[in-house]
Design a protein. Structure first.
Length: 351
């Protein structure tokens, strides 16, 4: 399974960290290095818990299958589960784990059928509802996801993965208030889950609640550990939420684990918002060296140079930004800024 929160269309809010000069009003840079979020609290179907309620009454074949699944041997697991289902076609635990196996083998239609069987024959196995709901979320089948999740919650009303799935589905349908309520329920149960708090924080930011979004994102950061991708994603949103010092802190660790021009620009913008102009300029310069064709790095370096009175050099950076993305909004703005910088340089005697 793609895991509950991994199904979320977690929109990375790509807005500039600061609103004052030199941050432009144009759209900020798009990431040049995609950083997908890690699996969610649901754990993923490739690693079901050996203590799951699904395995308790499944029989020896299911026990063997669970061991094989943990070892990543899905073919052997499938064989053991086929034996279990041959003995008893209504074995709910076997049906659930067969769904897990089929999904990991790429047979999503088959997995869907088996999860449905598990919900019919063993409705107490909430994991089946979680996985089936996540399958529907992956396909943007919001109503189907809501339906199976409601059934799961009827049996396990405090299950955080089910509430997370419900939040995703409601968000997909445009019910942001409902989604926020579901995220809050999930967070109350597993408040130390960074992916969950990131998802909650991103939606809070989307609805304009920057203060609460920042709090959730900071909580996510505190438990993100060494996860570079998650730290980078959190850092981006912290900047948008106005938590600039935390943005810098998050991106410090993400960059130390793997330098990246887009993250350098992000951190530079947050540093600028903290009035650390030297640090911001240093990040923009580093970004141009990491990827000389990354237009946003040249643009923001041009803004920093222009603000410090180096108009002639700023014009060169704006020209570079425009040349690498001439048709983009940022490229068009860079072209205008280059002309303005040249005029300023001429007035100041070529500087």
């Amino acid at each position: 399974m793609k895991a509950a929160l991994a199904s979320i269309a977690l929109a990375v809010v790509l807005s500039a960290c600061g609103s004052s000069t030199p941050s432009p009003s144009s759209p900020p840079p798009a990431s040049t290095s995609a950083t997908p979020l890690p699996p969610s609290m649901a754990g993923g179907s490739s690693s079901p818990s050996s203590g799951s309620s699904a395995a308790e009454k499944g029989g020896p074949e299911v026990d063997r299958a669970v061991a094989a699944i943990k070892a990543g041997d899905f073919r052997s697991a499938k064989g053991a589960l086929e034996q279990a289902l041959h003995k008893n076609a209504k074995n709910g635990a076997a049906a659930y784990y067969m769904g897990v196996v089929l999904e990991n083998l790429g047979d999503k239609p088959g997995a869907e059928l088996k999860y449905k069987d598990a919900m019919t024959y063993a409705p107490e196995i909430a994991e089946a509802a979680v996985n089936l709901g996540a399958l529907y979320l992956d396909q943007s089948k919001w109503d189907e996801a809501i339906g199976v999740t409601q059934k799961g919650l009827a049996k396990r009303p405090d299950d955080p993965a089910l509430h997370a799935n419900m939040a995703v589905a409601l968000r997909g349908k445009g019910d942001k208030d409902g989604a926020l309520a579901e995220y809050e329920k999930a967070v109350k149960v597993v408040g130390d889950n960074p992916e969950l708090r990131f998802a909650y924080g991103s939606l809070l930011l989307e609805v304009g609640n920057k203060a609460k979004a920042a709090a959730e994102l900071k909580a996510a950061l505190s438990s993100a550990g060494s996860n570079r991708a998650l730290r980078a994603s959190i850092g981006r949103l912290l900047g948008t939420a106005g938590a600039y010092a935390d943005c810098v802190s998050a991106l410090d660790k993400a960059i130390s684990a793997g330098d990246d021009p887009e993250l350098r620009v992000r951190r530079g913008l947050c540093r600028h918002s903290m009035k650390d102009e030297a640090g911001a300029k240093s990040d923009f310069e580093a970004a141009t060296k990491l990827d000389p064709k990354f237009g946003p790095a040249h643009y923001y370096l041009g803004e920093a140079l222009l603000a410090s009175g180096q108009a002639a050099q700023a014009a060169k950076e704006f020209d570079a930004a425009a040349s690498h993305a001439p048709q983009s909004e940022l490229g068009k703005k860079a072209k205008d800024q280059a002309e303005a910088a040249r005029k300023q340089a001429k007035r100041s005697g070529g500087r």
